[in-house]
Design a protein around this ligand. Structure first.
Ligand SMILES: [Zn+2]
Length: 186
């Protein structure tokens, strides 16, 4: 927390970047970033600041339904982090599945929960959304009649967020879940 810079305030016309309703009064630096450049900060109001200390403020945080669409990564990361705390609730879960944030932003958001599960391929290479991978063995595709042969290239994979052992990718125009241990980063 620190004094709010004019430049940061201007980003959302003096309003809180989370609730978009109250005047922003605090510059909130989104951990683990510590340098106070505004790229790492979110302009926050007193009401939102209080709500971050309260575990039962799910009703207040419906505002992230708006802030998650902010063009600023710091606001997206903080919004996603808040959202993740309410992921058991339908509204939050729906939102998590509908947003398409940059992988780095999601990692930033989830770093607060010490998510150890980083997606890695069969050889320990870190996988991110958008990577191309190659199947290291033939796979039977569940619910279909075809087998994807070893060496099949799967372009632009998506990570499955709550399971570090799974990715999603398209084979034969079908989106399927693939285990990370059967792929190699291409
Ligand atoms: Zn606010």
């Amino acid at each position: 927390m620190s004094a709010i810079k004019e430049e940061l305030k201007k980003r959302n016309q003096d309003l809180c970047e989370l609730c978009n309703a109250e005047i922003a009064s605090i510059a909130y630096t989104v951990s683990p970033k510590s340098d106070e450049s505004i790229e790492n900060q979110v302009a926050v109001c007193d009401v939102c600041m209080k709500a971050t200390d309260d575990n039962n403020s799910g009703f207040h945080w419906r505002c992230v339904e708006g802030s998650i669409w902010s063009p600023y990564a710091s606001v997206q990361a903080l919004s996603f982090r808040i959202l993740n705390q309410y992921k058991e609730e339908a509204w939050a879960n729906d939102l998590i599945s509908s947003v398409d944030l940059d992988e780095n932003t999601i990692q930033w958001a989830l770093s607060a929960f010490e998510v150890k599960d980083i997606h890695k391929d069969a050889f320990g290479n870190v996988l991110v959304t958008g990577d191309n991978v190659v199947l290291t063995q033939a796979l039977n595709v569940k619910g279909t009649n075809f087998t994807a042969s070893k060496g099949t290239v799967v372009k632009k994979i998506k990570l499955v967020h709550d399971n570090a052992e799974q990715i999603e990718g398209k084979i034969n125009d079908q989106v399927i879940v693939i285990l990370t241990k059967f792929v190699k980063k291409g």
